[in-house]
Design a protein around this ligand. Sequence first.
Ligand SMILES: [Zn+2]
Length: 303
Amino acid sequence: MFGIPRLEYADLLLENGFKDIVVSYDPELVKGLLDKGFNVHIVVGAFRLDNEFRDPRFLAEDPYGRRHIWFGSGCPNNPDIRRRTLRQISEIIEKHSVNSILLDGIRFASMGSGIEAFATCFCENCRNKAEEYGYRFEEMKQSVKKMLNAFYDFKQAWDVLQAYRSSPAGFLDLARGKHGLLDWLEFRERSVSDFIVEVRNLIKSYSRKASLGAYVFTPSLAFLVGQNYREFWRYLDFVKPMVYRKGRGVACLNFELARIAEDLLRWNPWLPEAELISLLYRVFGLQEEGFPIARARALKQAV
Ligand SMILES: [Zn+2]
């Protein structure tokens, strides 16, 4: 069961066979649930911007130097944000015999937060991290800038995608001159996996009982946000894949695709909306038949 408004509903859940419950950290509620015999799983926002982090230097930076808040979160490589999360997790594990910690928002921005927020992060912390990993930071940054420019003026990309009928060959053509794009995606993955390792080691140092899980984007979107299923199995005890076909928030397929369409149409009002949305379905491997092809409907409906 995800969430419980008050402890007084706990008995009702137990009577109906629920034994596992996911809640955010509230010491009294957690203690109460454990006392009643629940398996308790605590969800922790990995890079969430609490009040102490309401300052531009904690936000993710795009290649034009603009800072963005995505999913209420900041830069995944910011050492202060990371330390805060590790502190929170130690406090939980130290004080309560919980069954697992579940990381939420353990990623970089998705396009559902807007294409400009997606095109991050190029802050000083990420520069240092990229150099430490051996990536060519400037090349990644220039490539992501070119990618953004191609979205701002979508004419060439549109023509190529139409000519190649949205096939992988078309994407190879579009990737020309943007050598750093794959490195950028890999850099995001590595940054996320590294933090997961830190959290895992911290938990295992305190408790043999507690396991570590994470909410993960659906596979066709995960690689865009720095989540690599092929790596996660090494460090996570379990994953909760967010295969949401329909919903009103990031990670939901309809919402993510509709937000891409929204940005593209804002920057390129000449684009034919229905064709653009059909193209996005094809790009993300969905059969378009029967799906909504108007932005407003795609935002609300299943894909
Ligand atoms: Zn950064």
